[in-house]
Structures are given as structure tokens and as C-alpha cells.
Design a protein around this ligand. Structure first.
Ligand SMILES: CC(C)(COP(=O)(O)OP(=O)(O)OC[C@H]1O[C@@H](n2cnc3c(N)ncnc32)[C@H](O)[C@@H]1OP(=O)(O)O)[C@@H](O)C(=O)NCCC(=O)NCCS
Length: 157
């Protein structure tokens, strides 16, 4: 996708919880029970230790990420970009925005889980410097393994 309009990264509004939940269901949770419902997304939008970040192009939400910040590390819960908007740098921009926030907060490590069969996302995270930590069998409803990945943040990244 050619980004004719500028990419804007900003905190999600509560009114966008339904759009984010439905993207999660279609792009991330396909074949599983729907856990990231609009109500759950809304709770995280209100949670002060969580960032629900959206990527908007021309006023349309093309991607989002949800990250929980702890004292020493952060957990990337969810990330998705609309299929037609992929491979134009939106996913990378979302992750880099969150990494910058982590550095500002003195957080040194980001961890995440990705579905073992999701080779595209695993390539994406590897490209951004995330490394394999472990495989947790049955993590997703005892049906699919998760690959745990992490990245150590350094000041110069
Ligand atoms: C994973 C995902 C978020 C990547 O978003 P994106 O905006 O397309 O990624 P970017 O354009 O920023 O890609 C950055 C780099 O990552 C790598 N990459 C991205 N998608 C890739 C793919 N499908 N296969 C291999 N490498 C990939 C490439 O090196 C790419 O750089 P390039 O396009 O210059 O070659 C997107 O594919 C997606 O939403 N997938 C479905 C949901 C999902 O799997 N979420 C992650 C688990 S929660």
C-alpha cells in the first residue's frame, strides 16, 4: 500500500475499542475463541499501565498494538496491521514507537508470544531484533504452541 497520507501513531480512543477488537479477531485470533473483545480492549485503553496504540492513515485505523508496561520489562500483547496496508512499514513504526517509550521509562526488555504457525509475524519480529526464547506447547487453548520472543533494549537502538 502506498501511504499517500501521513501515518499518525496515537493512543486509541474508547470509541475505537470495537474496531480494534474486531481486527484482533480477524487478524490475530482466527480459529481461536475471541478473547480480545471490545469490552476487554476498552478496559486496557483505560488501564494506566497499558498502551493501546493505533496507526491511522487518512483517518482510517490501519493497525494497532497493545503493550503492558511493568517496572523492568514490557509485554507486547497484540499487534496487527490490516492486510491491504501490510509491508509498508506500519508494523515496524508501531513497535519502534513502543520501544522508544520503553527506553524513556527505563524498561530494558520486551517480551511477546506469537502463534507457532505464524511464520510471517515470526520473520517480522526477527527482522526487528526479537529473538527466540522458548516454545510453550498448547499455549493457545491447548491447540497451538506459542513461540516466546524477547528483545533487550539498549540506549543506542
Ligand atoms: C506481522 C505484521 C504486524 C507486520 O506488519 P507490517 O506493517 O506488514 O510490517 P512492516 O511493513 O513494518 O515490515 C517490516 C519488516 O518485517 C519483515 N516482514 C514483515 N512482514 C513479513 C512477512 N509477511 N514475511 C516475511 N517478513 C516480513 C520484513 O523484513 C519487513 O521489511 P520489508 O517489507 O522492507 O521487507 C502483519 O503482518 C500482521 O498484522 N499480521 C497479522 C497479525 C499478526 O500476526 N500479528 C502479530 C502477532 S500478535
Amino acid at each position: 500500500m502506498n501511504l499517500d497520507n501521513p501515518l499518525v501513531l496515537r493512543a486509541a480512543h474508547r470509541s475505537e475499542a470495537a474496531a480494534i477488537g474486531s481486527m484482533s479477531r480477524l487478524q490475530v485470533e482466527y480459529g481461536l475463541n475471541w478473547r480480545w473483545t471490545p469490552a476487554k480492549v476498552r478496559r486496557f485503553i483505560k488501564d494506566e499501565e497499558t498502551m493501546v496504540l493505533v496507526a491511522s492513515v487518512g483517518g482510517v485505523i490501519e493497525g494497532f498494538a497493545i503493550m503492558k508496561f511493568h517496572d523492568d520489562d514490557a509485554h507486547l500483547f497484540l499487534l496487527a496491521v490490516q492486510p491491504k496496508a501490510r509491508r509498508s512499514g506500519i508494523g515496524k513504526a508501531l513497535v519502534e514507537w513502543l520501544e522508544k517509550s520503553c527506553r524513556t521509562a527505563g524498561i530494558k526488555r520486551i517480551r511477546l508470544e506469537v502463534r507457532a504457525t505464524n511464520h510471517e509475524a515470526r520473520h517480522f519480529y526477527e527482522h526487528l531484533g526479537y529473538r527466540f526464547v522458548s516454545e510453550v506447547s498448547g499455549y493457545y487453548e491447548r491447540r497451538e504452541a506459542a513461540i516466546v520472543m524477547a528483545k533487550m533494549l539498549t540506549a543506542g537502538d
